[in-house]
Design a binder for this molecule. Structure first.
Ligand SMILES: NC(=O)C1=CN([C@@H]2O[C@H](COP(=O)(O)OP(=O)(O)OC[C@H]3O[C@@H](n4cnc5c(N)ncnc54)[C@H](OP(=O)(O)O)[C@@H]3O)[C@@H](O)[C@H]2O)C=CC1
Ligand SMILES: CC(C)(CO)C(=O)C(=O)O
Length: 317
């Protein structure tokens, strides 16, 4: 690869991927709006911490004004409400035959497709449980599924094969949307738990929340337009069993709380709930949206009572 792989959004997931690719000897350029994070990376390197492996790698980082005029390959790893801004940065810089890989949760690739063109967007599903710890420091929670594929599905194209070779843990897939819908169902369950103060594992394994979690996953899966894929203990055909397996999986991860919980409680900032509400229908999911908005706007705090309310609501349907 001649030009650097540009990572737009060098936080938890973009930083993890960028660090691994740079350590393997490839040319990487990290880009982030957080000037303190960028300065720390340039001064001391980017550190990956946690149980998987710990290393620090020297990798150049810039704020958006330092991006080169021409980009051939980029990873988009910003929160979904920042996708329009990331697309704007890439629109005039992406080479005509260049492309971006989104590693975002959810179904937000259409924002990139609209800005950059359908043939310039590749998608993926990733579940490595990363978290931003502070300037220049990221924790990688586990080694888990990472599937890269064309949005249209089907054939494994040369660029998908190239990305799967370049990126840590990545496998090519002809059904990336099937994985993303699986993650939507899993994610919805995590987000249900995030309105409480329980860890991911606790909210998934408590017997009193099992009917809620199964009903919620069913609500999401019923909307999937493609066959849904399983991963890391999640099996769309066995939701009850999935709860035990996913709880065990999350107990082993260094990331004990979901991204939405971390945004609500630790980082006290906007969550991705609105993009998810754009993509997902259904009464239980809509109720999660209400609860998350209440917490974002200070009308509630994260506590088990919210999860009890959600479970009672699901039982009343
Ligand atoms: N963390 C994880 O384990 C996983 C995350 N994902 C998904 O990946 C996406 C990113 O999540 P995550 O890495 O956790 O989030 P982070 O907030 O840790 O990282 C995103 C980074 O992008 C920066 N940023 C925001 N706007 C721009 C912009 N216009 N240009 C460049 N950088 C920008 C943010 O800065 P600032 O903080 O100042 O806004 C932040 O540093 C989300 O869609 C998430 O759902 C998917 C799978 C796993
Ligand atoms: C499931 C998990 C923890 C890691 O993939 C995630 O995506 C999140 O932060 O919500």
């Amino acid at each position: 690869m001649s030009a650097p792989l540009v990572v737009v959004g060098a936080g938890a997931i973009g930083g993890t991927l960028g660090a691994h690719v740079a350590r393997a000897g490839h040319d990487v350029l990290l880009c982030d709006v957080d000037a303190e994070h960028v300065a720390a990376i340039n001064a001391r390197g980017l550190s990956i911490e946690g149980p998987v492996e710990e290393f620090t790698v020297g990798v150049p980082a810039v704020t958006p004004d330092g991006l080169p005029d021409r980009i051939e390959r980029a990873i988009v790893a910003v929160k979904s409400h920042h996708t329009p801004a990331a697309a704007e940065l890439l629109r005039d810089r992406l080479a005509p035959d260049g492309f971006v890989l989104t590693v975002q949760n959810g179904l937000t690739a259409d924002v990139l497709v609209e800005a950059l063109g359908a043939d310039r967007v590749v998608s993926s599903f990733i579940n490595v449980g990363a978290d931003y710890l502070g300037p220049g420091r990221i924790i990688q929670g586990n080694v888990a599924a990472f599937h890269v594929g064309e949005l249209a599905g089907g054939e494994i194209t040369p660029r998908v094969r190239e990305l799967a070779e370049l990126l840590p843990y990545a496998q090519p897939t002809g059904n990336v949307l099937g994985y993303l819908w699986g993650k939507e169902a899993y994610g919805a369950m995590l987000w249900a738990g995030a309105v409480s103060d329980l860890t991911i594992a606790e909210s998934l394994e408590r017997p009193e929340y099992r009917p809620l979690m199964v009903a919620l996953a069913r609500e999401v899966l019923a909307q999937a337009p493609v066959p849904v894929e399983g991963f890391d203990g999640f099996d769309p055909a066995d939701l009850e069993g999935s709860l035990d397996r996913l709880a065990a999986f999350n107990r082993r991860s260094a990331k004990q709380y979901s991204g939405i919980y971390r945004d609500l409680v630790v980082r006290k900032r906007k969550t991705e709930i609105d993009s998810m509400l754009r993509d997902l229908d259904g009464p239980i999911f809509a109720k999660i949206g209400e609860l998350v908005h209440d917490i974002e706007q200070g009308r509630r705090v994260n506590e088990v009572a919210n999860l009890d309310e959600l479970a009672a609501y699901a039982a009343s349907l």
